[in-house]
Design a protein around this ligand. Structure first.
Ligand SMILES: Nc1nc2c(ncn2[C@@H]2O[C@H](COP(=O)(O)OP(=O)(O)OP(=O)(O)O)[C@@H](O)[C@H]2O)c(=O)[nH]1
Ligand SMILES: [Mg+2]
Length: 292
């Protein structure tokens, strides 16, 4: 048995969570076309007969605009220290950015770091070579693996590369565990994912979701989720005309939640206002966005 921890880091929106889901073959991390989707550390556990890899998905690192942003960068940074390998993920479709150089400057060169160029389904071979050339000398990468989370191309190669770096000889989790996230957290994330997919511009960043009630009956689970926004004016937008937005989000989220919990679900969504919650330390702590 060989096992180990692998951190997935990179700028926002490069496809870190998509790669994790692709490897675990399950929707353990939410994904959206907006930068700044992931806000918590998400662990996904990959098992074979002889290996176990604990993948640690992190919030994309970018210039912080508020306390929440600072906390997220710190969380991601802390997860590059005590791991067996780091997957430094970049977006092959957009290429090198300032943020990439900043993140690389914070990494420990002793830890095997793999340059993972994602979204190669959007690239020609020539463009990919160009991308590899622009990154390869910025850091002593141990390996360079181009992949696509969308088409799964080369994901098996990536796994084979990572297996070289597993150092432990223990099984950390039993085979049936695919993530360490609680079911309450996963439920709130599925609601947040739909909101991130439907709402525009800054609005998704202004909200967070919290499970406030979870009651399991024989045939159904009754769940209530608060959608917390940071100013009153957003309430109307999230509810939508005659409640249409909330209804759309609620239906989609419920279907995913039923799949997750394997049972019929009643989902109640409520929109609440907590002014400037992203800058309130107590709120961030109580809602699990700050761990300590
Ligand atoms: N074409 C293409 N799109 C991809 C691929 N991987 C991810 N995406 C898209 O890229 C967007 C961002 O994906 P995420 O997985 O949420 O990115 P992330 O790096 O986790 O983002 P943050 O959590 O914000 O840091 C989504 O719209 C994905 O569908 C890929 O291989 N090809
Ligand atoms: Mg993510």
């Amino acid at each position: 048995m060989r096992s180990g921890f692998v951190s997935i880091i990179g700028r926002p929106n490069v496809g870190k969570s998509s790669i994790l889901n692709c490897i675990i073959n399950n929707h353990v991390a939410i994904v959206s076309p907006r930068a700044g989707t992931t806000r918590n550390i998400i662990e996904g556990i990959y098992n074979t007969k002889d290996e176990q890899i604990i993948f640690v998905d992190t919030p994309g690192i970018s210039k912080p605009l508020n306390k929440l942003g600072t906390v997220l960068n710190k969380k991601s940074g802390s997860l590059t220290k005590d791991v067996d390998a780091i997957m430094f993920v970049v977006d092959g479709s957009t290429g090198l950015g300032k943020g990439d150089k900043y993140i690389l400057s914070t990494l420990n060169k002793e830890i095997p770091t793999i340059l993972v160029i994602n979204k190669i389904d959007c690239l020609t071979k020539e463009k990919l070579l160009e991308r590899i050339n622009s990154y390869k000398d910025l850091f002593p990468f141990t390996d360079i693996v181009p992949v696509s989370a969308k088409t799964k191309e080369n994901i098996d190669t990536l796994l084979n590369v990572l297996k070289k770096y597993l150092q432990d000889n223990v099984k950390y989790f039993s085979d049936d565990i695919i993530t360490t996230s609680s079911k309450y957290f996963q439920v709130s994330e599925l609601v947040r994912e739909k909101l991130f997919n439907y709402l525009e511009e800054e609005i998704p960043h202004s909200l967070t979701c919290l499970v406030t009630n979870y009651e399991e009956e024989q045939d159904i689970i009754n769940i209530e989720v608060d959608i917390v926004v940071d100013r009153k004016s957003l309430k109307k937008i999230i509810i939508g005309k005659n409640g249409s937005m909330l209804k759309k989000v609620g239906t989609e989220a419920r279907l995913d939640i039923e799949k997750l919990l394997n049972k019929k679900v009643y989902l109640g969504l409520y929109v609440k206002v907590v002014e400037n919650w992203r800058d309130k330390e107590n709120f961030l702590k109580n809602s699990g966005l700050i761990d300590e």
